[in-house]
Design a protein around this ligand. Structure first.
Ligand code: NAD
Length: 499
């Protein structure tokens, strides 16, 4: 059965099959002719052609952002006006939320409810939250101990916070709009200008956002959007000498490439990278919460979530019950096209990702793991992989160590809290973790010991614009969201005067 979008805005957006780049608030062609297909991963159909922007296109976008940074229209805009623009963009997104959710489902594959009720409202909140932050950027006056100023004079020192400059925002395909908002909102609140590069598989909602950015009234060049591959457009942006900062979300491997590219002009970098997050269920956990919680932690968005709870550690007294409960939940999930309102899990984003996930599962079987449920790709035009639960694993196996980024859960039992803390921490990643227990003491003591940027207690994947998110170890540098995220886009200038 084919599912079609039914929001008028989605249908009219999809009428334009050949998309362009956004530079200076104008939709423009590339100087080259390379394009990429935007594919609906649930059925393999091409939705549109996007530009694979070349280095010359990237130059044009960066020059436009540089000019906008110094323009009176942007640099002299009052913080209150800047805040109103951000707020307005959030309002426009909300007014078009059904369309944005349909587009995200078509382009990325996620079930409609994920975009409509979780991710896009989360994106809107980013613009509201940081819209309120524009007027709270403060320096400080600093009493110094300098005592060699001329006779009769005194020192006066203070700091100013200034926008870092031109920001390249490079984002992945798993949750396109909300991850874009997590970069754009604080960067614009800080007074930076941005060249946005969405992921090549999921650029459509970023392009629709570009239309809303123009409608909201942002001055030309404040946000430019270049679509294209990582190896072409992304690499050109990350290495560009007139970019002051790269704000990146994506895989740890690409994060390393970004760092290499950033060396050219020592541009600033923040990195939100991969994870292999543990879900730790203690013997006293409320299993009515923990079983659906653990299932949702891994199967939400088909496991294509940086903080996905992909390693389950359950106390030996409840291990069998947990594995059985999560496996039943996996078997009960309805897979299909995300526009079908009854669907609970969509496809993976592309054929390559589906093959990659299957390869991890095959290797786990070859390593002697027990396939409790799932394990296969589903034949057809879409890129579906069954929700999969794997037991009998050890921490040194590939399936436990590497980020699969698909609906695959590995399960291990433990006997005491020290043992599980050390198992949970035995990973190169440190993005997130959840602890399930009715004991306040255990929960908060473990929260201190687990090396992860976020620890959830009796829940998983709870996001809010006010909560910092980001990783320890190889899960990244810096934090998105939360009031401090604005500092990712600000430089501190010290002014020291003899008066
Ligand atoms: P990816 O690293 O392949 O791509 C991310 C973005 O980088 C894309 O826009 C891509 O085109 C671009 N890119 C690729 N190579 C590049 C290069 N050499 N130079 C510049 N840009 C380049 O990641 P993905 O496969 O799109 O996304 C999945 C990954 O993202 C997972 O590892 C996931 O954990 C991670 N992620 C992390 C967070 C977080 O907050 N920590 C959030 C979501 C996703």
């Amino acid at each position: 059965m084919t599912f079609q979008p039914n929001v008028a805005g989605t249908l009219s957006f999809l009428e334009t099959k050949k998309r362009q780049l956004l530079i200076d608030n104008q939709w423009v062609d590339s100087s080259g002719s390379d394009t990429l297909g935007s594919i609906d991963p649930a059925n393999g159909q091409t939705l549109a052609e996007i530009v694979d922007a070349n280095a010359e296109d990237v130059d044009r976008a960066v020059a436009s952002s540089r000019k906008a940074l110094h323009s009176t229209a942007w640099s002299q805009m009052t913080p209150a006006e800047r805040g109103r623009l951000l707020w307005k963009l959030g309002e426009l997104m909300e007014a078009n939320i059904d369309e944005l959710a349909e587009l995200e489902t078509l382009d990325q594959g996620k079930p409609l409810f994920v975009g409509r009720w979780a991710e896009i409202p989360g994106a809107v909140e980013q613009f509201r939250f940081f819209g309120g932050a524009t007027s709270k950027i403060e320096g400080s006056t600093i009493p110094t101990s300098i005592n060699y100023q001329p006779e009769g004079k005194q020192m006066f020192a203070y700091t100013r916070k200034e926008p870092i400059g031109v920001v390249a925002a490079i984002v992945p395909w798993n949750s396109p709009l909300v991850l874009t908002a997590m970069k754009l909102a604080p960067a614009l609140a800080a007074g930076c200008t941005v060249v946005l590069k969405p992921a090549e598989d999921t650029s459509l909602t970023a392009l629709r956002l570009g239309e809303l950015i123009i409608e909201a009234g942002f001055p030309p060049g404040v946000v430019n959007i270049v679509t294209g591959k990582g190896s072409t457009t992304g690499a050109a942006l990350a290495a560009h000498d007139d970019v002051d900062k790269v704000a990146f979300t994506g895989s740890t491997e690409t994060g390393r490439a970004i760092l290499d590219a950033a060396k050219s002009n020592l541009k600033k970098v923040t990195l939100e990278l991969g994870g292999k997050s543990p879900v730790i269920v203690l013997a006293d956990a409320d299993l009515e919460l923990a079983i659906p919680g653990a299932a949702n932690a891994i199967f939400f968005n088909g496991g294509q979530v940086c903080v996905a709870g992909s390693r389950l550690y359950a106390h030996s007294s409840i291990f069998d019950q947990l594995v059985e409960g999560v496996s039943t939940a996996a078997n009960d999930l309805k897979l299909g096209h995300g526009l079908d309102p009854s669907v609970q899990m969509g496809p993976l984003v592309n054929a390559r990702q589906a093959q990659r996930v299957e390869k991890f599962i095959r290797q786990a079987s070859a390593d002697g793991c027990e396939l409790v449920t799932g394990g296969k790709a589903i034949d057809g035009d879409g890129f579906f992989v069954e929700p999969t639960v794997i037991a009998n694993v050890k921490n040194d196996m590939e399936i436990v160590r590497e980020e699969v980024f698909g609906p695959v859960l590995v399960c291990q039992s433990f006997d005491d809290i020290e043992q599980v803390t050390s198992l949970a921490n035995d990973s190169k990643y440190g993005l997130a973790a959840s602890i399930w227990t009715e004991s306040l003491s255990h929960a908060h003591r473990m929260a201190e010991k687990v090396r992860a940027g976020t620890v959830w207690i009796n829940c998983h994947s709870m996001y809010d614009a006010s909560l910092p998110i980001g990783g320890m170890k190889q899960s990244g540098w810096g934090r998105d969201s939360g009031v401090q995220a604005i500092n990712n886009y600000l430089e501190v200038k010290t002014v020291c005067a003899v008066i």
